[in-house]
Design a protein around this ligand. Structure first.
Ligand SMILES: *[C@@H]1O[C@H](CO)[C@@H](O)[C@H](O)[C@H]1NC(C)=O
Ligand SMILES: *[C@@H]1O[C@H](CO)[C@@H](O)[C@H](O)[C@H]1NC(C)=O
Length: 846
């Protein structure tokens, strides 16, 4: 089913029909009426089920360009069955009252509407109430209950003295929909002015990803789509009221000011650009552009406030036991670049999302809409409280927190566990089937690529021989826990959820060591005392599953000193957990700059780290795992162990190339801002040279001790790659070197290093060296550094002498291409080249 995205108006105008002339109503009119009611106006642009009824009326009425059909247009109409019901009309309605509220159907005993449904699944059901006064009948004293397919949605309801819209979002699982009105008490009666029932967009409410928030922490919440939800608040934070004209699902969003606890804490943010809706994030149906184009952010100019504070909203709700769905909408319209905004989200005072990094939830584009679902109980407090505030990870200058929209929905009918249980089994079955199909596809693809690669390099291990038993692995899907007969290979890496729980002290927040697109990373200790990093898939990260699977397949195939190795994984209870070796000293970035920087790394250490990382990457590109492109090389993905040995991490974005040197066309560019290969961006073509580019950026980061992107700096300095190349062109590279390195670097070493980095950043992939060349040149730079240092005490030799030309016969660099060979011209005499090569050899594809 498709919803209209950009032009609601044409759609609605297109659906407008001339008012039927009732006096001449004939069979043909009746048929067309029924067609209008039950057949979608146009399958491609409107909801499949779309019932709009003006109750108690002989005429059609329109509201926001939508036509509501009179429910009395034909006395024999089949959808209404009531023994004692009357049509009531407002004699002298106020001028500005929409015609929809000029009539009402009144039920003096139980009455029902029945509609044929075309599609099962989540639907919107809306009731319009306006208790007007007809000649001798006042609607205000009405008291009644309403049931939708037997589920009580309104009980003992008394409409207020104004137009009221009640909206429910619920799953309809039968092709007949019955809406029943039951008056309360002997003299009671029920009424309704209008009804809407329409199919919700696919995935409007999904069962995966909601998190329940409360005193015992955050947990996954399942089966959300089986709940009957009543919309209580729908808020456009920081913006104006949005009317149904501007919303593809004809919703009204109201401003947040009245709910702000402390108005001075917040400051509206407005974007003039339309948001970048991305696959995996929110859609226009989840919330329209206007919601994502405004937000409230921290009002940091208000000097009466402490530097760290929350923005808090209190949304009044009915006190009681019913849980609430709190859907929060976010779109980073305040940051100049990605990965600068980190904040915490609290609901009812409990942490709901720590260190939320919006850039990590979407496909690395700024201003990309996302939403997060939380479930909370408010008890007797009478409100749902939402707070956002800066996270510990945010830098003091960048401290901020935002919210773009909020929806509060009450779960009016907590679905019984039996039902849930039955459904779950069905889902498991479905999951297995779908999983099976996916796996079959994966197996076929893997086999095809496997054979293809094998043809090139016969020694290569193929997918089958890794002991892949994919059907039992993914076929059971994340929902099934059936035992896998004959587990080998990947299955040997399975770790029971219970063990992970105990390793991480049940995901103790104090053990969180990081967070990323995939979710939180916890430090843990397994039963055998092995220290591990536990990466737990974030339910909110909807793009997680493919990456989880990629990571397992990729990581299980490779073991290398300079690659973080996978210890195991867990997919019980629809969890997606990856367990890695723990790398003690964390990301390289932390050792280069920033507030947590303690002892700066020496130049030699930096070179060794770069060499290690280059080895890891070279292995990924050419080693026996073959043709893996990392796709997200950056200084946070290079980790250091206790001895400062570099280990490349995070293959969540990696993708096995078909075979090396073949290019890969991908549909969306992944990677991190400031590191992404411009050619990849332009042509969306992925090659191993894209990694080389990103690595070039890392090399400059290491040299200059500053981030790849630093929006605090002057415009021409923001992007490290551009800035560094500029200085290199001027021949003044000393100017940009990390001040902490002053006096340490041999001129020749620096020169070699910079040439190398510069080549990595070549505009076109073909002009960039292969990873093997990069590695070679780094080794060379290290040798130049060390030889220079050794000589220093004896002679005050100039750097030119250190790189003097000699007659030594230089062995061939096995990875050299023509560009690298130029370097042989100045090979120094005192460098043990054979040592360099033996290292290169030994480290290849171990
Ligand atoms: C909402 O729609 C109306 C009617 O098309 C339009 O004039 C108005 O500018 C829209 N408002 C916003 C905030 O986009
Ligand atoms: C923000 O609100 C939460 C929950 O009420 C509280 O725990 C936290 O300390 C607050 N943060 C600040 C900076 O006030």
């Amino acid at each position: 089913m498709k919803f209209l995205h950009s032009d609601t108006h044409t759609l609605l105008k297109g659906t407008k029909r001339p008012k039927p002339n009732l006096s001449s109503m004939n069979t043909q009119n009746l048929i067309s009426l029924i067609l209008i009611l039950f057949i979608p106006f146009s399958v491609s642009i409107s909801p499949i089920d779309n019932v709009l009824l003006s109750c108690g009326s002989h005429n059609n009425a329109s509201l926001y360009d939508r036509v509501f059909i009179g429910d009395s247009t034909h006395p024999g109409s089949t959808f209404l069955s009531a023994d004692d019901s009357i049509s009531l009309a407002y004699q002298k309605p106020p001028q500005n009252l929409p015609s929809l509220y000029h009539t009402a159907r009144v039920f003096r005993s139980t009455g029902r509407y029945k509609f044929n449904m075309k599609k099962n699944g989540t639907h919107f059901v809306r009731f319009h109430f306006f208790p007007f006064k007809a000649q001798n009948f006042y609607l205000k004293p009405a008291k009644f209950s309403v049931f939708v397919n037997g589920v009580s949605v309104l009980s003992n309801f008394q409409p207020p003295n104004d137009v009221l819209l009640k909206e429910f979002i619920l799953k309809i699982e039968s092709n007949l929909l019955e809406i029943l009105f039951r008056p309360v008490g002997d003299t009671g009666f029920a009424f309704v002015n209008a009804l809407e029932v329409f199919t919700a967009p696919v995935d409007f409410i999904i069962d995966f990803g909601a998190r329940s928030v409360g005193p015992s922490g955050v947990a996954e919440y399942k089966n959300l789509s089986f709940q009957v939800l009543e919309t209580v608040h729908r808020i456009n934070v920081g913006g104006l009221k949005i009317t149904p004209f501007n919303d593809t699902l004809w919703r009204t969003w109201i401003p947040d000011e009245d709910y702000l606890m402390f108005k001075d804490a917040a400051k509206p943010a407005v974007s003039t650009h339309t948001p970048n809706y991305q696959k995996g994030g929110a859609t226009r149906e989840i919330a329209p552009e206007n919601v994502y184009m405004t937000a409230q952010q921290m009002n940091r100019e208000n000097s009466s406030l402490a530097s760290r504070f929350n923005i808090t909203w209190n949304f009044p709700v009915t006190p009681g036991v019913a849980p609430f769905l709190v859907r929060l909408h976010f779109c980073d319209i305040v940051s100049p670049a990605l990965n600068l905004l980190y904040f915490d989200v609290y609901i009812n005072g409990y942490i709901a999302y720590k260190d939320l990094d919006l850039s990590a939830l979407t496909i690395h584009t700024l201003a990309s809409p996302v939403y997060l679902d939380f479930i909370t109980n408010s008890g007797d407090s009478g409100f749902v409280q939402v707070s956002v505030g800066p996270s510990e990870l945010s830098s003091s200058i960048r401290m901020n927190a935002i919210l773009n929209g909020a929806e509060i929905m009450e779960m009016v009918n907590d679905v019984g566990t039996n039902v849930v249980h039955r459904r779950k089994n069905l889902w498991i079955l479905l999951g297995s089937i779908v999983g099976g199909i996916v796996v079959l596809f994966l197996v076929v693809m893997a086999f095809l690529f496997g054979t293809k690669c094998r043809n090139k390099k016969p020694k290569q291990r193929t997918v089958e021989s890794v002991g892949w038993t994919p059907l039992s692995m993914f076929g059971g899907s994340s929902l099934s826990r059936s035992s896998e007969p004959g587990s080998h290979g990947l299955l040997g890496l399975k770790i029971p959820f219970a063990e992970i729980q105990s390793a991480t002290n049940n995901f103790d927040r104090n053990l969180i060591v990081g967070s990323g697109g995939f979710g939180m990373v916890y430090k843990g200790v397994l039963r055998d005392n092995v220290k591990v990093a536990v990466k737990r898939g974030m339910p909110g990260s909807r793009q997680g599953l493919p990456e989880f699977q990629t990571e397992i397949t990729v990581l299980s195939k490779i073991r290398h000193r300079h690659l973080v190795s996978l210890v195991g994984f867990c997919e019980e209870n629809s969890e997606m957990i990856l367990v890695y070796e723990y790398v003690e000293k964390g990301p390289l970035k932390k050792h280069l700059y920033g507030s947590s920087l303690q002892t700066p790394l020496s130049w030699k250490q930096r070179l060794e780290i770069c060499i290690g990382a280059a080895r890891g990457l070279h292995y990924l590109h050419t080693g026996f795992a073959q043709g893996i492109i990392h796709r997200d090389i950056k200084s946070t993905n290079i980790l250091l162990d206790e001895n400062y040995v570099a280990k490349v991490a995070d293959f969540g974005l990696s993708r096995s190339g078909p075979c090396i040197n073949e290019t890969h066309v991908s549909t969306n560019v992944k990677g991190s801002f400031g590191y992404v290969d411009p050619e990849y961006y332009r042509r969306q073509q992925l090659t191993d040279k894209s990694d080389v580019y990103s690595f070039g950026v890392v090399l400059f980061e290491v040299l200059c001790g500053r981030p790849a992107v630093d929006p605090q700096l002057a415009r021409e300095q923001v992007n490290l790659a551009e800035w560094a190349l500029e200085w290199l062109k001027k021949g003044m590279l000393e100017q940009i070197v990390d001040p902490r390195l002053v006096g340490q670097i041999q001129q020749s070493s620096l020169k070699k290093f910079c040439e190398n980095a510069e080549k990595c950043l070549a505009e076109y992939g073909v002009d960039r060296p292969a990873m093997g060349d990069v590695l070679w040149n780094l080794e060379y730079a290290l040798q130049l550094q060390e030889s220079g240092q050794q000589r220093e005490p004896h002679a005050n030799s100039s750097d030119n002498e250190a790189v003097s030309v000699t007659n030594t016969v230089i062995p061939q660099n096995p990875f050299a291409n023509t560009r690298a060979e130029r370097d042989y011209d100045n090979f120094p005499s005192d460098v043990s080249t054979s040592q360099v090569f033996s290292q290169l050899m030994n480290n290849e594809g171990r």
